[in-house]
Write a protein that binds this ligand. Structure first.
Ligand code: DX5
Ligand code: ZN
Length: 220
């Protein structure tokens, strides 16, 4: 992928001013909306559910990238398609029949993503990589925004890039957790295509400028 993408994570937005924050993303240099759905079972936190996504989708003018941190995600594939998800990412650790889940996501007209927890080896995707549109490498343990970036992520990105090249796959690589202007360029140099950033964008004083700078770093 030539241009590297920035995906602000709405988890870090001000939910009392959600429309304002969505319009900020629409207006900014960001490429995608990253939407975190947590069920309090797969991860020790609950974020928000369908009515909130529906409200976001009503105003969002860019690709909607949904990251499901839930057990048994197959139950909701159709629902997320109907709500307007363009990319639907499930966790490797939450799927018993990953291949079937990927096919079901594509049947609903969405791009199929697989997220890997920090402890999950990228080579476990050896037999499915050609069926995966996006791999989301978690650079923090999923469940919360604002955590510190795990340095081993660079190794995982390089290993995954090597696997994708070796298998002739067209999978893109997304990084999620602790992304800032300090690690953006190194992540892209290791092979990342999409950078998710929550706290770094929404807690900054000039969000538009922060997104612009991150995009510049990622494409430098
Ligand atoms: C964590 C979520 C992330 C989170 C990233 O479980 O998947 O998308 O919002 O937030 P930051 O950028 O603050 O680490
Ligand atoms: Zn996420």
């Amino acid at each position: 992928m030539s241009s590297k993408l920035i995906a602000p994570s709405i988890l870090a937005a001000d939910f009392a001013n959600l429309q304002r924050d969505i319009e900020m993303v629409n207006k900014s240099d960001a490429d995608w909306f990253h939407i975190d759905i947590m069920d309090g079972v797969f991860v020790p936190n609950i974020s928000f559910g369908m009515p909130v996504l529906q409200a976001i989708a009503k105003h969002a003018k860019k690709t909607i990238d949904v990251h499901l941190m839930i057990v048994d995600p197959d139950r909701y594939i159709k629902t997320f398609a109907e709500l307007g998800s363009d990319v639907l990412t499930v966790h490797y650790e939450a799927c018993t029949h990953l291949h079937r889940t990927l096919q079901a996501i594509k049947t609903e007209g969405m791009k199929a993503g697989v997220a890997l927890n920090p402890h999950t080896n990228v080579n476990l995707l050896e037999d499915t990589i050609n069926d995966i549109d996006l791999v989301c490498i978690m650079s923090v343990n999923p469940g919360f925004g604002g955590q510190s970036f795990i340095e081993n992520t660079y190794n995982k990105v390089s290993q995954l890039k090597e696997l994708i090249t070796r298998k002739g796959a067209s999978t893109i690589i997304e990084i999620d957790g602790g992304v800032t202007n300090k690690n953006a360029k190194m992540l892209v140099d290791a092979g990342a295509d999409v950078l998710v950033a929550g706290s770094y964008v929404f807690k900054s004083s000039d969000q538009i400028e922060t997104v612009k700078d991150l995009k510049k770093q990622a494409n430098s």
